[in-house]
Design a binder for this molecule. Structure first.
Ligand code: FMN
Length: 391
């Protein structure tokens, strides 16, 4: 029988406390939002094309894959998809990748006037290369400040609870809808009780379906970063700090890293018990043809613009895309189009290619890691091999 006396128990306690402290430090418990992975959030006052790229990399992007490459010249920036940074069966049609590139393009264009540059985009300039998503011609102009450019470094995806009893005003929802329409995309709000219940139930069922699908579950988990040193080394992916979980659970998850099953269980619970029930409204960005790359880029530009507007207004947003991810999975794997039909019931006209929640925040949303500007420039890619922009 193992016996531990008072002295022995004390030693064990000291050793355990030491191990816990070591794991706390090693797991980044006391270092949230610090280190090289978070440095890009300090955005200098922009003055040249490279600073436009710096703003672009702070955009929302699916699973924080950062699927972009930029080629920078004094009077021009070319934006390419990085075909190596995909989410597999979560995004089999590359819808989310192209929306993410649209988000980056919107940040780039939003900050240009602040840098004294007039930026003129041409979408998909090379018909023989669908991975070449935009060419942006630059010319000097007077510097102009804008609240949306100022919001770029403080925009973060907020996965925590929102103030359940506080709606977002009709006036704000209308302003956001008008802004999306200005970007060529329809925005449908699902804000009354029945609509919210129907969208919320379908989102929870889509989350369950992703977790139950071995390929989607594995591809989703691949971009989950639980180790602090991976976050600082890879500077991408979805982190515990940005999960929206309460502080105590985040701390425990950093000290005792979770398995895929535990992680997905937490995701389902967070979706079902926190994110869905506290949303003031759900939004769907709708385009006539969800397969059209130009429409996907436009939807990304619209989403990013809305999120910057919301940030400037002190309002929280989170993409909630489990339903469209199941819709794409059904199409690419030839499954029964169950979620496709149910989404079409909710959004009868057009194609809902991006869905999200909105509400008043309860906490300050934390930043997610970002790779450095020099790591996403075309010359950096060619140093480590040719950029793979093939679709
Ligand atoms: C097309 C697209 C789909 C996304 N889907 C989800 C989602 O379903 N759930 C979620 O929590 N975040 C989603 N996000 C948000 C990204 O995970 C987030 O932008 C990324 O992790 C970077 O974090 P940041 O927005 O705070 O900078 C999505 C973003 C984009 C552009």
């Amino acid at each position: 029988m193992l016996r531990i006396g008072a002295w022995g128990a004390g030693s064990v306690a000291v050793a355990a406390a030491g191990a816990l402290t070591w794991r706390s430090v090693d797991g980044g418990v006391f270092a949230a939002g610090t280190g090289p992975a978070y440095e890009p959030w300090s955005l200098p006052a922009p003055s040249g094309p490279r600073d436009l790229v710096h703003a672009a990399i702070l955009a929302a992007n699916a699973h924080n894959t950062q699927p972009w490459i930029f080629r920078v010249e004094p009077d021009r920036i070319d934006v390419f998809a990085d075909g190596t940074r995909t989410i597999g069966t979560i995004d089999p049609l590359l819808r989310e990748q192209q929306i993410s590139l649209g988000c980056a393009l919107e940040n780039l264009l939003t900050v240009a006037p602040l840098a004294g540059l007039r930026a003129t985009p041409t979408l998909l300039p090379d018909p023989s290369d669908p991975g070449h998503v935009a060419r942006v011609d630059l010319a000097p102009t007077a510097r102009t400040a804008s609240p949306l450019a100022d919001a770029i470094p403080s925009r973060h995806t907020d996965r925590a609870a929102y103030l359940a009893e506080r709606p977002v005003s009709d006036a704000a929802l209308k302003r956001y809808r008008d802004a999306a329409e200005g970007a060529g995309v329809s925005l449908l709000w699902l804000a009354d009780d029945d609509e919210r219940r129907a969208f919320g139930d379908l989102t929870v069922r889509a989350t369950e379906a992703i977790i139950a699908d071995p390929d989607q579950a594995a591809d989703d988990h691949r971009w989950y970063r639980s180790e602090w040193r991976d976050i600082q080394r890879l500077r991408d992916g979805v982190t515990i700090d940005a999960s929206g979980q309460p502080a105590f659970i985040r701390t425990v998850a950093k000290i005792f890293p979770t398995t895929r099953e535990q992680n997905h269980d937490g995701w389902l619970r967070g979706t079902r018990d926190t994110q869905v029930p506290t949303a003031a409204a759900f939004g769907a960005l709708v385009v006539p043809d969800g397969h059209d790359p130009a429409a996907r880029l436009a939807a990304g530009r619209a989403y990013q613009r809305l999120h910057l507007m919301a940030t400037a207004d002190g309002i929280a947003m989170q993409p909630l895309c489990q339903i469209p991810e199941r819709v794409d999975r059904e199409e690419s794997a030839g499954l029964d189009p169950h979620f496709t039909r149910e989404l079409a019931d909710l959004v009868p006209a057009g194609h809902a290619i991006m869905t999200f929640r909105i509400g008043h925040p309860t906490v300050a949303a934390p930043p997610s890691p970002r790779r450095a500007v020099e790591d996403v420039l075309a010359d950096a890619q060619s140093r480590s091999g040719e950029p793979d922009t093939a679709y």
